[in-house]
Design a protein around this ligand. Sequence first.
Ligand SMILES: NC(=O)C1=CN([C@@H]2O[C@H](COP(=O)(O)OP(=O)(O)OC[C@H]3O[C@@H](n4cnc5c(N)ncnc54)[C@H](OP(=O)(O)O)[C@@H]3O)[C@@H](O)[C@H]2O)C=CC1
Ligand SMILES: O=C([O-])C1=[NH+]CCC1
Length: 334
Amino acid sequence: MVRMTLEAATELSEAVLRRQGFSQEQTRALTHTVIAGQRDECHSHGLYRLLNCVSTLAAGKVNVHARPEVHDQAPGIVRVDAKGGFSQLAFEAGLPELTRKARQQGIAALAINHCVHFSALWVEIEAITQCGLVALACNPSHAWVAPAGGTKPLFGTNPIAFGWPRPDGQPPFIFDFATSAIARGDIELHRREGKPVPHGWGIDRHGQPTQDAAAVLEGAMLTFGGHKGSALAAMIELIAGPLIGDLTSAESLAHDEGKGASPYHGELILALDPRRFLGDSATEHLQRAEALFTAMTAQGARLPSQRRYEARERSLTQGVEIPDSLYLELQQLA
Ligand SMILES: NC(=O)C1=CN([C@@H]2O[C@H](COP(=O)(O)OP(=O)(O)OC[C@H]3O[C@@H](n4cnc5c(N)ncnc54)[C@H](OP(=O)(O)O)[C@@H]3O)[C@@H](O)[C@H]2O)C=CC1
Ligand SMILES: O=C([O-])C1=[NH+]CCC1
């Protein structure tokens, strides 16, 4: 393993992206995401993702000079056209208008269209909770996941993330997971490391259960929680696909034309303002939310994101670690 400071990791990411032709703005926004992922030990969405950024560019499937366009779609809806660039800049462009509308009306939606997408959603959810708002985000990806009861890829790994701001400087309550049993990136990491995957993550192309990571990647991934994850995955296809006029995971994969680039689709983000819902009683009710978190942890349960926040503390003082092979690949690209 290679250990480096967060500053060195940031420099490495910027060097790779600039060298490969990404604009200064795209480089900054992409680096923010992958360094956040690496810092919080979300390895499938950390520095490893730079390889996808580069291969997506080489495949001609991303506009590295894209400048997102913000449209005031409706009183409660802001739409950002990412213009074929990665989603991060589009999210940054839409955030001020999303928060303004949510504060004004209590609830607002941000629809991002025509973006190339790979990020861990908690990065965006954190930015919204920092504004004191409750947040929900989801998006399709490429058709890699079989619906419960089926054997052929149809859904994306379709992540869904939720965030709740907390008082007194406490980090927000955030969960963020794929509706597949695990993110595809994790299966790719198992394949790179030659490790078998656990039962229940996927099936081979003949529809048979397998623990061979490569066979799952060629076959189909499975949803988490059987029919429940499957229904959530379908919902995400709908509300972050046709509802916002963008591609489903099957359409994203067709758009890819076998190039193996990052998915191309839309993203739906909702923001809710507790102060608009509750008026003067907001503080009292937010305190009741705190009682819920206390009751969870009192039983020995951990809150989602706790592992991440602990990893963040460690990384800020000790830096981050990546496998030798990944470090060498990134060095070569830089
Ligand atoms: N852009 C895209 O299209 C896609 C992005 N992704 C991203 O991949 C990432 C990983 O997804 P996935 O593989 O499903 O993640 P996991 O199955 O590891 O689940 C992650 C979530 O569950 C929480 N969690 C895990 N274990 C526990 C526990 N024992 N008690 C309480 N909470 C727990 C995690 O918190 P903690 O982090 O603290 O462990 C985190 O919020 C996500 O960030 C997602 O956004 C996934 C698919 C597609
Ligand atoms: O890990 C995953 O499933 C994905 N990450 C970005 C696109 C899909």
